[in-house]
Design a protein around this ligand. Structure first.
Ligand code: FAD
Ligand code: SF4
Length: 823
């Protein structure tokens, strides 16, 4: 079905809150972008409800590969945090799958039977991984690669594996292979076609890519059909159609995707390969629209984001009525990808060759370079460039403009000398597309730079450029260097939180000068408007600045800080009692066991920080659990000092040079309850063997020869790994506590909201920090020491609120709504 005859905005009856009800099923890249586009057209038009099967806010699926290979933290790929939905009046049901649509009653139904009425419904259900019908796909150790949870499961399982097989040699398979390689696995990619990336490349190109990838240490088997994944309970090998077999501890299936259309098909919407839509993204039911990978338009189903952005823009205009004649006429696919570090540009469909087409090819095997262009009727119809993207800009221009290609076809790749003079970024035409993922042109980026957006994040926020796969970031940086000289940078880039136009030192000084002790007071006197994210940041800052004098307004805080426990994806909470230095007693262990039994705790887990975590506690049980435990809060839920991990140390260990356990306990007791712009982890080791892994903590202490302690700062061992920098050596417990205290307060006062020490220390510079903290060159020592005293004196175990709840209904039970992940 294409080209609907009725190009009119949907006729709507006025409903809830005087506004028509729009329900969106699917909170992925298409669903999320559609909401943004609708708000941009007319924020008041609809009462919007969104259902997303994944228990999170909307995130950038493209960046999952980076999460898997450890170059991005999961929390950084979120596009719209929880607060965004609330701020925009959108009701989000995260973690809830819609299982049925009643088109007659205009209602969607969830698994638990709950339903939601709609006036207009949009399906943005995306795709699901295709699982080949072979034995063994349900064994332990077999994964697909589509969601954040898949990524986490793969990364966690990979720790216990040595050999992995990836079934599928397309974009996803290669990204998965790269991710597995960074986990030190021996990886084999198996592809049924005779070459890799058969969607974007032709056979010679695919072979060049295969050789390049093998040089990176990944085994490649093409023209190989997988017959069976072998194993009893878990994977042990993969068997192929030719009878050969290779051992494997885990398997990632990346054998393609299938549009998620069960819901649409079951309610009788017209479906072929996907949900059939017209030029206004309308399905066969005039009240139901569809967008993204789940749709088929003009016979085409897309599997990349660029077409989706074009679709959501049209749909938003149609739905809001801001352009009732908007039409989606299909997309010309142009992608710039980085596959395992190998650059690739793909324009159109390279396999679509007709006998009358002209084909221009260039290959340079020694450099693994392969270029191919297909010319149809004198115009560039499709092209691929691999290994060297020299002619990419010229090809993209020809492809998008539909201009005639040069008479001497070879000039497509090698322009004549006069026009081959190096083109600077300044020379590029404004219409040149820079960010393919988001379809952002040079002109739009330059306009943002001229408006003062002079950093990558600021440009990303203003234009979305660089927020997709990230391969255009280098060009954006170049444009900033080119055009930002005469521009005054946007001051908001330095603001501590968006709602208060001040950098952190100014904000702190102003808060102190005016004696502002609550978030509402700060927002009223210094801010411009409400902003959930700002509230959390301000609450944390005020608490750390004022200690006991801080006026706690709970609505300014995230749920974790309101109930002093860590919310889990199913809406229950995790409870981690304080165990100073990781040391416990038989009595404490017995009590923990009794509590776990009494409240039927589904999981009791030892954490990476040497504590015991009781997972799955209901909100209404929290006060009783805390009372029964009789232990203080371990602060495992907030931006504060988390744990001080310790090794056995000189008390028992034959290598121990000093009492690391005692030191860890002293540190934890001194700084417990201190809140910071981000969480802080510490560790103490009793000798340089460093069993407590102190050199990858925000603050690490290691006992050295001669009774000294070496203090280091700025380490990390999560998705971001950084060895800490040595700050100084001291010789007594008191000095350790003093230096750490000064550093913590300095960090508290100067770090940006959510900035971990591993970013803070390099930003400020180790030498400068050492001058301030160790040598007191700025004369701040006295102030920093006094602040430590103040914060320590303000410490009150938050779990005492079990006796006197801070506000009515603090621990009331309610239907558990799984929450999007915001950290
Ligand atoms: C690892 C990876 C790397 C990629 N790299 C690139 C790249 O470099 N460039 C590029 O252009 N594209 C890339 N893609 C493809 C791109 O991510 C997709 O094109 C895009 O996410 C499709 O958006 P969508 O909203 O249609 O589907 P999705 O993003 O999959 O969102 C659909 C959402 O709907 C939810 N849902 C489904 N059914 C229901 C239901 N019944 N009830 C409630 N919720 C439901 C799903 O849980 C999902 O969250 C990549 C994809 C992956 C997985
Ligand atoms: S770090 Fe040193 S003292 Fe501590 S347990 Fe290891 S070997 Fe023993």
């Amino acid at each position: 079905m294409t080209g609907s005859p009725a190009l009119t905005p949907p006729a709507l009856s006025v409903q809830r809150e005087g506004r028509p009800r729009l329900v969106v099923v699917g909170n992925g890249m298409a669903g999320g972008r559609l909401l943004e586009d609708i708000l941009a057209c007319d924020p008041q038009r609809f009462a919007i409800t969104v259902f997303g099967e994944e228990p999170y806010g909307n995130y950038n699926r493209i960046l999952l590969s980076e999460v898997l290979n450890g170059s991005q933290e999961a929390q950084n790929i979120f596009l719209n945090p929880l607060a965004w939905y609330a701020e925009n009046g959108i009701t989000l049901h995260a973690g809830r799958k819609v299982v049925r649509i009643d088109r007659e009653q205009r209602r969607v139904y969830c698994e638990d039977g709950q339903s939601e009425p709609y006036d207009l419904l949009v399906l943005a259900t995306g795709s699901k991984p295709f699982i080949p019908p072979i034995p063994g796909t349900t064994l332990r150790g077999v994964f697909v690669f589509r969601t954040l949870d898949d990524c986490r499961h793969i990364a966690s399982y990979a720790r216990q594996c040595r050999r992995a097989v990836v079934i599928g040699g397309g974009l996803l398979g290669l990204e998965a292979a790269k991710g597995l390689m960074t986990h030190d696995l021996d990886v084999t990619v198996v592809e049924m076609a005779p070459y890799l990336m058969s969607v974007q490349l032709d056979e010679p190109g695919g072979r060049v890519l295969g050789q390049t990838i093998e040089r990176l240490g990944i085994h490649v088997r093409t023209a190989t059909t997988t017959k069976e994944i072998v194993g009893h309970t878990h994977v042990t090998a993969v068997r192929f159609a030719d009878g050969t077999e290779i051992p494997a501890d885990m398997v990632v299936i990346a054998a393609g995707i299938r549009p998620n259309i069960d819901l649409a098909r079951e309610c009788g919407l017209a479906c072929e390969r996907a949900i059939v839509v017209d030029d206004q993204l309308r399905t066969s039911d005039p009240n139901i629209y569809a967008v993204g990978e789940c749709v088929q338009h003009n016979g085409v189903v897309y599997g990349l984001v660029a077409p989706i952005w074009e679709q959501t823009k049209v749909l938003a205009r149609v739905l809001t009525g801001s352009d009732p004649h908007a039409r989606y006429t299909g997309s010309r696919i142009a992608t710039r990808l980085k596959v395992m570090g190998v650059d690739l540009v793909s324009l159109g469909r390279i396999q679509d060759v007709q006998s009358s087409d002209e084909v221009v090819q260039f290959s340079e095997p020694a450099r693994q370079v392969y270029w191919k262009a297909i010319i149809r009727n004198g115009r560039l119809h499709a092209a691929c460039l691999l290994g060297d993207l020299g002619p990419a800009d010229q090809l993209q221009r020809l492809f998008h403009s539909g201009a005639e290609v040069p008479q001497r076809r070879v000039e497509i790749f090698f322009p004549p000398a006069a026009s081959a003079a190096p083109v600077t970024l300044a020379d590029l035409p404004d219409a040149q597309q820079i960010c393919d993922c988001n379809g952002v042109s040079k002109g739009t980026i330059v306009a943002a730079i001229r408006a003062g957006k002079c950093t990558l994040p600021a440009i990303g926020k203003a234009t979305r450029a660089g927020t997709g796969c990230g391969s255009c970031k280098k060009i954006i940086k170049g444009l900033i260097e080119c055009f930002a000289d005469s521009v005054t940078p946007d001051p908001s880039e330095d603001w501590y939180v968006p709602a208060v136009p001040m950098d952190k030192p100014t904000l702190v000084a102003e808060i102190r000068r005016r004696g502002l002790k609550s978030v509402s007071a700060v927002l009223q006197e210094l801010g411009h408007g409400e902003d959930e994210k700002s509230k959390n940041g301000l609450a944390s800052l005020l608490k750390s600045l004022w200690g006991k004098e801080y006026i706690d307004e709970r609505d300014a805080r995230f749920i974790n800080d309101r109930v002093h426990a860590n919310i889990q994806k199913d809406g229950t909470f995790s409870v981690v009692p304080r165990m100073y230095g990781g040391v416990t007693t038989p009595d404490e262990l017995i009590r923990i066991g009794q509590v776990a039994k009494k409240y039927q705790v589904p999981m009791v887990k030892i954490t990476g920080g040497q504590r015991i975590d009781l997972l799955g506690i209901r909100k209404e049980d929290l006060p009783k659990v805390w009372a029964d435990l009789g232990m203080p809060s371990g602060y495992a839920y907030t931006k504060a000092l988390r744990t001080v991990k310790t090794c056995v140390g000189s008390e028992f260990c034959r290598f121990g040079l000093n009492d690391s356990t005692g030191m860890g306990i002293a540190i934890e007791k001194r700084f417990q309850g201190f809140e910071f712009p981000a969480k802080v982890k510490m560790a103490v080791s009793g000798c340089p063997r460093n069993c407590a892994e102190a050199t990858v903590k925000d603050v690490g202490v290691v006992a050295t020869e001669g009774g000294e302690w070496e203090i280091s700062i700025g380490g990390a061992a999560g998705a971001h790994v950084r060895k800490s920098d040595v700050l100084c050596r001291v010789s007594s417990r008191e000095e350790v506590l003093r230096i750490i205290g000064r550093f913590l307060i300095y960090y508290r006062d100067n770090a940006k909201w959510l900035e971990r020490t591993y970013d803070f220390v390099p930003r400020i510079g180790l030498d400068k920090i050492r001058d301030i903290i160790v040598h007191d060159k700025l004369g701040l020592g006295e102030y920093l020491d006094a602040e430590v005293e103040k914060m320590a004196a303000a410490y009150v175990d938050p779990w005492l609120e079990r006796e006197h709840p801070a506000y009515e209904g603090q621990f009331d039970g309610e239907s558990r709504i799984p929450l999007p992940m915001v950290t």
